[in-house]
Design a binder for this molecule. Sequence first.
Ligand code: ZN
Length: 204
Amino acid sequence: MYQDKGSLKLYKFSIAQKSIILRACELNLKLDNKNEFDLMSLLTILEYPDSRLRTVARNVDRVTTSVSNFVEDLLETMYAAPGIGLAATQVNVHKRIIVIDVSAEHNEPLVFINPTIEVLGGMQTSEEGCLSVPGFFEQVERSEKISVKAWDKTGTPFELKAEGLLAVCIQHECDHLEGKLFVDYLSGLKRNRIRHRIQKRRRT
Ligand SMILES: [Zn+2]
């Protein structure tokens, strides 16, 4: 979810106004960023309207070495994009795994395996973007306070209460596991416009 503009982090976040303003990233620094990482472990992010993004993910039975390795690759791919959240669905792995880091320093990774969300109340509207819908940001209404139960990267169950940006991000990423994208909350007109612009951009 979301993208920074390279080294210039231009997103402003106001919990009081329940609004998040994020500037679009043109990804012109993407290649420079990638040099900092092992290219072999970066995963390819599917882009809307790829039909594989509509796949419903399955539960993880247990955290094996391959699951742990995949979680590390997912985190690395999220940081390199750059983004603040990424779901396994977005890299064509249809297991219930999401990673998030909404910290200012990008050094507080959160891993949710088999997450389930309970809504605690309230609604908030904020501007969202998605690594699978690059360059587009739209207002989306979501629950303000949630509780999420999941396993951490070692397979240990935990429960977390979240609000504000973290709650938005968790809901956005969990939607991916159900094959749902933030553009599904928009009008058909807006969604079609985004799809046409992405397809046009890909052809040029
Ligand atoms: Zn997304």
